[in-house]
Design a protein around this ligand. Sequence first.
Ligand code: ZN
Length: 503
Amino acid sequence: MFQLPALVALTQQLKRNARLEAALNLLDWDQETLMPVGAARSRAAARGELAELIHRRYSSEEFGRLVAAAEQVAAAESDRRAPAFVREVRRRFDRRTRVPAELAEELARVTSEAQSVWQRARAANDFAMFRPYLEKNIAVRRRMAEHLRAPGQSLYDALIDEFEPGTKAADIQRLCAAVRPGLVALVQRYGPICALARVDFLSRSFPPATQRAFGELLLRGIGMDFERGVIGQSAHPFCTSIGAPSDVRVTTRYRDNDLKPALFGIIHEGGHALYEQGFAPAEEGTPLAEAASMGIHESQSRTWENIVARSRPFWRHYLPKLKEAFPGTLDDVDVDTFLRGINVVRPSLIRVEADEVTYNLHIMLRFELEQRLFDGTLPVAELPREWNARMQADLGITPPNDTLGVLQDVHWSTGAFGYFPTYFLGNLYAAQFYETAERELPGLAAKIERGQLAPLREWLRERIHVRGAITPAAQLCREVTGRELDPAGLLRYLEQKLGDIYR
Ligand code: ZN
C-alpha cells in the first residue's frame, strides 16, 4: 500500500477508471453468453459510448499529470514496488496517447467490418473475399505501430509489445529455432506409435449436463473460488474478469459425443481464472492486479490443462470419478489407455485441436508469416499459398481448402497481430515454472495423485499471481526459476512424458 499522496491519488484514479471498465467487461460477458441477437446493434452502441469514456479517462491531461506527479516521488516511496508500478502505468498511458484518436477509431471500424467478412469468408471457403479487409487491417496496424515503436523496435516488435511487453520478434525467433528440430523429431518418433492408440472412448455419448457438473468438480478441485467466479457457456471458450480478483468468469462449450473440448477447455480456462483470482484483492483495478503478459497468462492455463490434467497422477485420482459421473461409459478404459488417448501426437490442420507437440509448430508458422506480412516480404495475396507450403513442410499435410487453412483463426480479422507467439511462450514458461515447482515441492506428483492440488496452486499464487503486472515476464522467469527462459525445458518435459506414456 502506497503512502505518498501522489501515489495514493494515482491509485484512486486507476480504481475509479476500473469501475467503468468493469461495466464494459460485464457487457462483453453478457454479449458472449446470454445476449439475444437482436440486441447486437444497441449493445455495440452502448459499448462504444462506454469505451470512449474510459479512453478519455485514461488519456486525459489530468490523468497524465497524476502519472507525472507519481513519477517524481516513486523512488522515495516506502513501498518498494512504487517505481515499477508507475513505470507500468506510464507504459499504458503512452500506448494510449501516442496513437491519434482518428487512427484508433479507424482500427475499430476496419476490424469490426473485417470480422464479419471473415466469418462469411471462412464459411464460404473464400479467401479472396477476406483479402482486401485483411490488407486494410494490416495497413492500419502498421500505421499504429509507427506511432508506438520505440527506438530499435521493428513495426512487428511494437505490436508484440502490447501483449508481451519487452519481448522482441528476434527473441521469439531464437526460441523457435531452438525447439523446432526437437519438436519435429518427436512428431516423427511418436506419430506412428500414437496412430495405434485407442481414442474411440473419447467420442462416446457424454450428456452435456453431466459434462458441466464434472467440469465444475474439476475447477473446484484445482481451487477455483466460486464465491468469486462462475462457469458460463459460449460458442468459443474464454476466461474474463469483470474485475480481478473479485469476479472472474470462465465459459466452455459442450459436444455430446466428444469429451475432450469441454474437459480440457474448462481446465484451460480454469488455469487462467486461478491466475486472475490470485491477484491481491486490495490492488484490484491497478497493474498490481493484472497479468504480467499474455505469455505468462497462457503459462498458467497450460500448466493446468497440459502438465497437470494430461498427467498420470492426475488421472489416477480423477479417472474413477469420471467413470462414476458417466456410469457404464468408460468401463473398458484404464489409466494407461486413457492417458494414451488424451496425449496422441498427430499432425492436424486445426491449431485449437492440436496436441501439445504440434501445437507449437502451428504457432511458429503463424509467427513467421506475421513477421513477413509486417516487414513487407509477404503480400497478402500470397498468404494462402505460403500457409499451405509451410503446413506441408512442417507437418507433412496440406489443407484441402482455406477454411481449414489460412482462414481458421479469428485473430487477424480482429487486428491482433503479434498475439500468436504468446501461446508458444506460454508453453515454454509453463514447462520451466513447473520444473521449478517440482524441485521446490517435494512429492508433488504423489500429492496430485491424492487429489491434493492446493500446494501447486499456492506455489503459483505466491510466486507468480500476487505479483501482478509490475514484474516483466523475463524478469519474473529469472526470479521464479533462477534462470533465463530456456527452451530446452519444454523438450525435456515432452520427451519425458511421451516416453513414459508410450513406452
Ligand atoms: Zn488460453
